[in-house]
Design a protein around this ligand. Structure first.
Ligand code: SF4
Ligand code: SF4
Length: 426
């Protein structure tokens, strides 16, 4: 089977003979900071006050078709209504401190045996492919749009993460059952699983399953982005102002399928997030389940890392991630890669550098844009021209900034330009 690919982008390093390690499960921390929402457009009512005792799994926030759960038992220490998330958005964060008395620690045993849709809400299942949102909202939207094809991504941002391959190895049956559930609720006619052609151990599990179509893609960055996934499966590109659902296609990911099966088939609450921690201080990437709300500093300590040896922590990978300066930032549903850089690994951009039109950024852009133009217009605050040059088609993969010989922070200027345009519109 020929693996699909696309023009531009960066070939990802594929290590040979990787030994799959079991996913590490961190014990529940003593303190969590649970965000009520990651999307400012989503309204969630706070159900608790400072000083209240809550049980693990208790509902502390209620949205229209979603709940926010206490991820440990303990006392509400603080409700911070002006917490800044790594993406710059502000949200309410509930801080819970575990009690010293062990007897108070036990939480809910699981979900009550209700119908599937109710369980998806009550278990707190979210999906973060594209935009983080309650899973049931997404599935209801897919059904209303009569989507034909459900694409399930088994692609990590970087091949070496091995996060999804480890999930398939350890919980393959649940992932596959979850895909059946997602397909059923969304009303899709077919489910297509996309996997790296080089992910031999994942393919061993998927090959021979005739109820799903398997599409293999080359390990090339940023193949995991929604626009390129859809093109790999359908052969069609769609313009930035439209969504894949406009063409009868939608995308979810393997972890969401796993969580749907945990909720519906095993009555489990979703209190944790599957993460990869990679980079400085670690011999190889570590895949782990961490409680939602765990401060990132505690995740690092759980891996035996010294906070002071880390010069930069990036959420989402070195090419397109967001640097985080506060190690109190909690683990959220949308995180999947924490990349660490030591002082010697830091990459320095040169905002003062002048473009000499070498064209490398144009050559590598998978969206066939002119990065130096768009970034220049953003830098000069000429947002009309940035829009005319298709700034919103940029998928923020970071390839252009990576290859620029004079280190212009191209993608950072583009991100700033998009935020400014959105702010002007609102
Ligand atoms: S312009 Fe956007 S899509 Fe193109 S390479 Fe740069 S970051 Fe990626
Ligand atoms: S890679 Fe850098 S120097 Fe070359 S055209 Fe792009 S912005 Fe200009």
């Amino acid at each position: 089977m020929k693996a699909a690919s696309f023009r531009g982008g960066l070939r990802l390093p594929v290590p040979e003979n990787v030994e799959l390690k079991p996913i590490k499960a961190f014990p529940a921390p003593d303190r969590v900071l649970v965000p009520l929402t990651l999307d400012p457009e989503q309204s969630v009512d706070l159900l608790v006050k400072k000083g209240k005792n809550v049980k693990e799994g208790e509902i502390i926030g209620q949205g229209v078709s979603s709940v926010v759960l206490a991820t440990i038992s303990g006392k509400i220490e603080e409700v911070n209504k002006d917490f800044r998330l790594p993406n710059g958005e502000r949200t309410t964060v509930v801080s819970i401190q575990a009690p010293e008395d062990e007897a108070l620690v036990k939480g809910k045993d699981g979900l009550l045996p209700k119908g599937s849709l109710e369980k998806i809400i009550q278990a707190g299942v979210y999906d973060y492919t594209g935009r983080p949102a309650p899973l049931l909202d997404k599935l209801a939207f897919h059904r209303s749009r009569k989507i034909k094809t459900l694409i399930v991504s088994c692609l990590d941002e970087f091949f070496v993460q091995g996060r999804t391959t480890a999930l398939l190895h350890q919980h393959g049956q649940d992932v596959l059952d979850g895909i059946d559930i997602l397909k059923g609720i969304s009303g899709a006619q077919e489910a297509v699983i996309v996997v790296y052609a080089e992910a031999v151990q994942a393919l061993e599990i998927l090959n021979g399953l005739d109820r799903f179509k398997i599409v293999t893609v080359q390990a090339r960055h940023p193949q995991h982005k929604e626009q390129l996934l859809v093109t790999a499966v359908t052969g069609n590109e769609y313009p930035a102002e439209l969504a894949p659902e406009d063409f009868g296609v939608t995308t979810l990911n393997a972890e969401t399928a796993y969580n749907a099966a945990r909720a519906i088939n095993h009555n489990r609450l979703i209190l944790d997030k599957l993460l990869t921690v990679a980079g400085s201080g670690l011999e190889e990437p570590v895949n782990c389940f961490a409680r939602i709300g765990t401060p990132l500093g505690e995740v690092l300590e759980g891996l035996g890392l010294d906070r002071n040896s880390i010069a930069k922590l990036i959420l989402g990978g070195p090419l397109s991630g967001v640097a985080v300066s506060d190690l109190e930032t909690p683990v959220t549903q949308e995180m999947d890669l924490i990349f660490l850089q030591g002082r010697d690994d830091l990459y320095h951009f040169s905002p003062e550098a002048v473009c000499f039109k070498c064209g490398y950024c144009v050559e590598i852009c998978p969206m066939r844009l002119m990065p130096f133009f768009i970034s220049g217009f953003s830098e000069g605050q000429d947002y009309e021209l940035a829009e005319k040059n298709d700034i919103f088609s940029c998928i923020e993969c970071g390839c252009c900034a990576h290859v620029c010989p004079v280190h212009i922070p191209l993608v950072q200027w583009i991100q700033l330009g998009k935020s400014a345009i959105r702010a002007q519109r609102s």
